[in-house]
Each structure stands twice: as C-alpha cells, then as structure tokens.
Design a protein around this ligand. Structure first.
Ligand SMILES: *[C@@H]1O[C@H](CO)[C@@H](O)[C@H](O)[C@H]1NC(C)=O
Ligand SMILES: *[C@@H]1O[C@H](CO)[C@@H](O)[C@H](O)[C@H]1NC(C)=O
Length: 217
C-alpha cells in the first residue's frame, strides 16, 4: 500500500535536490549573464572613448590667414586714384595634421568702411591644400578690378593724414575638408584682414603679420 508519508518525503527530498541544482544553475547563469553584461558595458565604454577621441582628432581646424603686406602706393598723391593699385600678400595655412582642404573659386575683395572698392578672383585657385601646408596669396588689384571715385579718394587722404586709413581685405571661398577619402560638405569661409596704412601707403608695421579672423556662413 502507499505509505502516506512516503511520497511527500521522497517528493521533498527530490524537490530539495532539484531545488539546489536549480539554484546552482541559476547562480551560474546569472553570474555568466553578469559577466557578459560587464564585458559588454566595458566594451561599449572603450568604444565610446575611442569614438570620442577619433571624433576630436577629426574635427577640422579652420585655415589660418595672416596678412604680411598690403599697400596702395599712390595713396601719397592727391590724384592717385586714377592709377591706383592695391597689392597684398596673405598667407593661408592648413593647420590640420591629416586633413586636406579644397578651395573653390577664391576671391579677394577690398573694402573701405564696408564699401567695396575692388575685387578680383585669385588665380591660383581652385586648389587642394595638403595638411600642414602654407601657401602665399599675393596679388594686385588695378584697372578694372578697382572702383574708387575722387570723393572716396579724398576721404582716404583725409583719414591717412589722421593716421586712421584702415582698409579691409576679405578673402572668401567655399571650402571642403578631405578626411582620408571622405569629403565634407561645402562651407563658405571668410577671412577678414584689417590693414591700416601709413603716409606712404604701406601697411603699418604694427598691423603686419597679423592673424585674420576666419568665420563661416
Ligand atoms: C609674402 O609673404 C611671405 C611671408 O612673409 C613671404 O615668404 C613671401 O615671399 C611673400 N611673397 C611675395 C610675393 O611677396
Ligand atoms: C603647398 O601646397 C601647394 C599646392 O599643393 C604646393 O604647390 C606647395 O609646394 C606646398 N608648399 C609647401 C611648403 O609644401
């Protein structure tokens, strides 16, 4: 006959064994899960740090412009606007270690009090500037690329006498950065070089070799 106690006892013993096996399995499984999780999280963290460092190192720096020379030699003559010529020498440096820069049509324009008095497309462009390269942009605006009337000229002469004849040379271009084989989208870049001229029509020493602010629009 069935022992009324037998079944529960056996059952209890059986249950207990199963229970411990189960618990061991469970703790093994959860330990494994924890390990996988922590490996995964560590991996994710390392990947994140690597991605962040890559992203930082791939952030392109904008080109650096310096104005070295700017002159309007005829500024010393009252009728100088008839044969005025504006010469300048600007250098542009690509400061990036691994990133090249493509310049599309580059334009140089000269302003006086925000009035454009001359402009010219700069002939060596479009071009590709390799990393860490410095290129000289030296050119002269004259004849048709200048439009100055006698009134403006009189103003220049006045300001020159007061030592405040300040011209602005704007160099603009659309540029693209080249990172390995990838090209960034086109950005419109402006470099603005302020140049104060002395009585001889040459840039003043203290305004020479100055960095020109660069901004994008
Ligand atoms: C322009 O200026 C740079 C830097 O001072 C100089 O090395 C270069 O010879 C100049 N180029 C011209 C054409 O004046
Ligand atoms: C800068 O790059 C230009 C255009 O690629 C090249 O002609 C010139 O030789 C380079 N200058 C230097 C100093 O490497």
């Amino acid at each position: 006959m069935r022992d009324p106690d037998h079944h529960p006892i056996r059952s209890k013993g059986h249950h207990t064994t199963r229970y411990y096996v189960h618990r061991v399995r469970e703790s093994l499984a959860s330990r494994l899960l924890k390990m996988v999780c922590s490996v995964f999280i560590t991996l994710l963290f390392v990947l994140g740090v690597v991605a962040f460092v890559l992203w930082l190192s791939l952030q392109p720096h904008r080109p650096r412009f310096h104005v070295h020379q700017f002159s309007i030699p005829s500024l010393s003559q009252a009728d100088g606007f008839e044969n005025a010529a504006i010469s300048f020498n600007v250098t542009v440096r690509n400061p990036n270690q691994h990133i090249g820069v493509y310049y599309d049509a580059l334009e140089g324009a000269v302003y006086y009090n925000d009035q454009r008095i001359g402009s010219k497309s700069l002939l060596i462009f479009p071009f590709y500037q390799p990393p860490k390269n410095t290129t000289v942009i030296a050119d002269t605006l004259s004849g048709a690329s200048i439009s100055i009337d006698s009134q403006q000229w009189a103003r220049f002469m006045d300001d020159r006498e007061q030592g405040k004849a300040t011209f602005r040379l704007d160099v603009t271009s659309t540029i693209r950065f080249k990172i390995s084989t990838w090209l960034s989208k086109r950005d419109r870049m402006h470099a603005t070089c302020e140049c104060r001229l002395g009585g001889d029509g040459l840039i003043l020493g203290s305004w020479k070799d100055k960095r020109c602010p660069v901004y994008f629009t």
